[in-house]
Structures are given as C-alpha cells and as structure tokens.
Design a protein. Structure first.
Length: 70
C-alpha cells in the first residue's frame, strides 16, 4: 500500500509539473524540491503523514533557496 501511495504521489507531481510552463525557475525548483522531499520523508518514516509533510516542507525550502538570486 505504501508503494502505491508513493507512486501515486510521484505521478501527481509529474503531472502537476507539466502545467508549470509559466513558472519561474525558482518556482519550479521549489515544487520539485517539495515533491522529492515528500517522497524521501515518506520512505524514511515508513509512510507517516507527518514525515511526508515534513519532507515536503524541507525539500521545498531547499529547492527555493538553491535557485535564489545571489
């Protein structure tokens, strides 16, 4: 069941990013970071909702900061 949930989430992220043509590079990196963080959080915590949301938050922040203008 956990594998299905992670696969469904990844598919939703990929489909969601397909509509990001008007987004800036920083916005795209934030979204990708959040998606990757959510998957990582889910895997590391055994599918815990708190781990998934926490991973998404941390990943989104990292994705946002990586592409921030200097």
């Amino acid at each position: 069941m956990q594998r299905f949930a992670v696969s469904a989430f990844v598919a939703a992220v990929v489909l969601g990013l397909a509509g990001c043509a008007g987004m800036s590079t920083q916005d795209k990196n934030t979204a990708v970071g959040a998606g990757i963080g959510a998957v990582g959080g889910a895997v590391l915590t055994g599918g815990s909702a708190i781990g998934t949301v926490g991973g998404a938050a941390v990943g989104g922040i990292i994705g946002h900061e990586v592409s921030r203008p200097k």
